[in-house]
Design a protein around this ligand. Structure first.
Ligand code: CA
Length: 326
């Protein structure tokens, strides 16, 4: 009798584990399901998506430790500003020169900035992520409470995107956070900002570099990129400002006129009411400062990090320079 009871308990606990592993039965998924029903999915569809999704501990481990939070600039920079990334970027820019030129003309964002973003994100589309997007988004929506509201929204957007595009949601792959394609767009950004840049009536930033280039340019334009304006200017040691001017966060807290800039060239011809701030990062030789402008802020809308925007800017400079060389 005892043995049978014990065996029964074991069976129950195995069953309970199995239930939690299936996202269609996960307690967190119940409210989510009713949201999706309102977005036009059937209960059977939703259950199929969620039951087919797998929880991945490696995703939770990865998101708990993004590079921006643990590295200093001198080490972060070494990941992105490399001979290889510059060389592959020049190849990409030559292959896609027509599309990049058209994006620059129509969207006002320089070719090398678009290329640099795609280069930093995915090595120009070569490494776009190996997790199934459905696994990444369900794991983070239901088993990572800290960001659950954000990832529930992204999961909903993803399923809507797949439906709109006629794509099986169990197929696409992406980063551990569910970012997809050349430019690593999250599902909500895909739906809001990706564009069909080759006019084949399918917006494909997963596999189509033309749509990806147009979409990255469009994203920056919609996030306030101003054509022809500078991004950043490095301050020499004698131009550096006092620490009281180093505000936290990414928002441009000052105007060019308010900052104690010692030479007018530092603001690169911007009007005195143009927004700006000074950031300080740890370079090889110690602390370094840069004054950053509107277009730097626009790049941080892609990834909320000064180091990210600085890496994109410096990679873009290296690419522009490389194109001039024979
Ligand atoms: Ca297209």
């Amino acid at each position: 009798m005892r043995l049978i009871k014990a065996a029964g308990l074991v069976a129950v606990s195995v069953f309970a584990t199995a239930v939690i592993a299936d996202y269609s039965e996960h307690p967190e998924a119940i409210a989510f399901k009713s949201d999706l029903l309102e977005s036009g999915f059937t209960e059977a569809e939703i259950n199929t998506f969620l039951a087919g999704a797998e929880k991945k501990q490696s995703i939770i481990d990865a998101i708990s430790k993004p590079a921006e939070r643990v590295l200093e600039w001198k080490d972060y920079r070494k990941i992105f500003i490399t001979d290889r990334r510059i060389k592959e970027g020049l190849d990409f820019m030559r292959e896609q020169s027509e599309t990049l030129a058209r994006a620059e003309r129509e969207l006002g964002v320089p070719s090398e900035i678009i290329a640099a973003i795609i280069g930093v994100e995915t090595y120009y589309g070569r490494i776009t992520g190996s997790y199934r997007v459905i696994d990444a988004l369900t794991t983070l929506a239901f088993d990572y409470p800290k960001r659950a509201p954000f990832f529930k929204k992204q999961l909903r957007e993803y399923l809507m995107l797949a439906k709109e595009q006629g794509v099986d949601p169990m197929e696409p792959k992406g980063s551990y956070a569910g970012a997809m394609g050349y430019g690593q767009f999250m599902p909500s950004s895909y739906r809001a900002y990706a564009i069909d840049f080759d006019d084949d009536e399918f917006t494909d930033i997963w596999n189509n570099p033309v749509d990806a280039i147009g979409s990255v340019g469009h994203y920056l334009k919609r996030h306030g990129w101003i054509e022809g304006q500078p991004i950043v200017n490095e301050l020499s040691e004698t131009d550096m400002v006092g620490s009281e001017w180093l505000t936290s966060g990414l928002k441009l807290d000052f105007t060019v006129g308010e900052l104690p800039l010692k030479r007018s060239e530092i603001a690169a011809g911007l009007p005195s009411d143009a927004k700006a701030k000074v950031i300080e990062l740890q370079a090889e030789a110690g602390a370094k400062q840069w004054v950053v402008f509107n277009n730097f802020y626009a790049i941080t809308r892609y990834n909320h990090s000064s180091m990210y925007a600085m890496a994109v800017t410096q990679l873009a400079e290296a690419l522009a320079q490389g194109l001039l060389e024979p």
